[in-house]
Design a protein around this ligand. Structure first.
Ligand SMILES: CC(C)(COP(=O)(O)OP(=O)(O)OC[C@H]1O[C@@H](n2cnc3c(N)ncnc32)[C@H](O)[C@@H]1OP(=O)(O)O)[C@@H](O)C(=O)NCCC(=O)NCCS
Length: 378
């Protein structure tokens, strides 16, 4: 599509979190840990786990359809679908290709974005560039993860942190005031192996030995990641606000990546920014990687924390180490959130492959499925 340079604004938002709940009391039964330790070190009380019939593409499609409904659009109005994820259903095809089919879109380009927990913010920035150049008018940007299937449920240093979910926005062309005001993205390979998934890629293909050594699960240097995260989140935030021509005092709400309450609080302290103006839901979902910021955004708007005219900062960091921040002025009517209510998992079907389906649910959590099938949510 040819055209002049456009501004962009968020016209739709939506999220999906699976219904299975894994609490800290459950974690105590799996590894040597304690609710008190987890809450005081991370702020996390529970996380959601994708069900046997759910995948990254299926959850992404529900969140995406919800965002399209909130925007008052049809699936075919979408020109480009971007899915930020590190847990796509397959290395190929992309999750985005499966999402395109599942939402019933016939015309969009679709691709995944590999920026780990910054995947949604990187996707937002990419969508903005496509629209500003005239190559797209409406872009569906999704962050979606099924981290439970890449988590080593015997490693207490990581398994307490992560959860599954999806979140989405529709970013649309606009020549009106407000919308996207400032964007900053960084990548610091000095921290490339602070959080990584060693095997299954071209450098360490899957073998019996890699399976034996549990190298297909996420590994993390927690305290190194923590320090670098606080530093880069702060500098990325400041630059995205400055690019917007604003100051910190102009920001009404910060919606940070929900990795750890102590990282969020350290960010607020380092910026001298009040926690009352920072959105937090890490207690209920843990770290959902690329899904974290759009899930928090949809909850913030749906729960009345965002008003038209508010200046919002979205900021994330993740493996790479990547970091990204967006300053925007909110223009949409928050009441449109209600349009998502009618959409649920039964509205999407992910195109199956031609091999016999397997049960992808983590064997270490099989008891969680049994508990929910007996009618007890937690
Ligand atoms: C993982 C994290 C919570 C650990 O907290 P920490 O205060 O750094 O703790 P440490 O790693 O220094 O470990 C301290 C002790 O607690 C123990 N410990 C680790 N996990 C534990 C758990 N779940 N329960 C109880 N004890 C635990 C460690 O073994 C260590 O014991 P030791 O002193 O006997 O060796 C923290 O480092 C963190 O959140 N880092 C950032 C991770 C992150 O956000 N990653 C995602 C980025 S997108």
């Amino acid at each position: 599509m040819a055209g002049s340079v456009h501004g962009t604004r968020v016209t739709g938002w939506g999220a999906y979190a699976p219904s299975l709940v894994l609490t800290n009391a459950d974690m105590e039964k799996m590894v040597e840990t304690a609710d008190e330790w987890i809450v005081s070190r991370t702020g996390i009380r529970e996380r959601r786990i994708a069900g046997r019939d759910e995948t990254t593409a299926s959850m992404a499609a529900v969140a995406g359809l919800r965002a399209i409904a909130v925007a008052g659009l049809q699936p075919d109005d979408i020109d480009l679908i971007l899915v930020g994820t590190l847990t796509a259903d397959y290395p190929m095809p992309s999750a985005a290709a499966l999402v395109k089919d599942a939402i019933g879109n016939k015309r969009a380009a679709a691709m995944d974005l590999a920026a780990a927990c910054s995947g949604f913010v990187y996707g937002y920035a990419t969508a903005h560039a496509y629209i500003a150049s005239g190559m797209a008018r409406h872009v569906l940007v999704i962050g979606a993860e099924t981290l439970s299937r890449y988590t080593d449920w015997t490693d207490r240093g990581t398994c307490i942190l992560f959860g599954d979910a999806a979140g989405a926005i529709v970013l649309s062309a606009s020549d009106g005031p407000g919308g996207t005001l400032g964007i900053e993205m960084t990548t610091e390979p000095a921290g490339a192996y602070f959080i990584w998934l060693p095997a299954g890629g071209a450098a360490r293909p899957a073998t019996g030995a890699t399976l034996e050594a549990r190298e297909h699960y996420m590994k993390m240097k927690g305290s190194e990641t923590f320090k670098m995260a606080v530093r880069t989140l702060g500098s990325t935030s400041v630059r995205a606000i400055e690019t917007a021509g604003l100051g910190l005092a102009d920001i009404d709400l910060v919606i940070p990546h929900q990795a750890n309450i102590r990282i969020i609080e350290a960010l607020a302290r380092s910026l001298d920014f009040p926690m009352a103006r920072v959105f937090v839901n890490v207690d209920r979902y843990g770290n959902t990687s690329a899904a974290s910021v759009p899930l928090a955004l949809a909850e913030a708007v749906g729960s009345g924390r965002v008003k038209q005219g508010d200046h919002i900062l979205l900021v994330a960091f993740g493996a790479g180490l990547t970091s990204g921040a967006i300053t925007l002025q909110w223009t949409a009517d928050p009441a449109a959130s209600d349009r998502a209510n009618a959409i649920g998992p039964s509205d999407v079907t992910v195109l199956p492959g031609y091999l016999e389906p397997v049960n992808p649910f983590p064997p270490a959590l099989a008891w969680l499925l049994e508990r929910s099938e007996q009618g007890s949510p937690r």
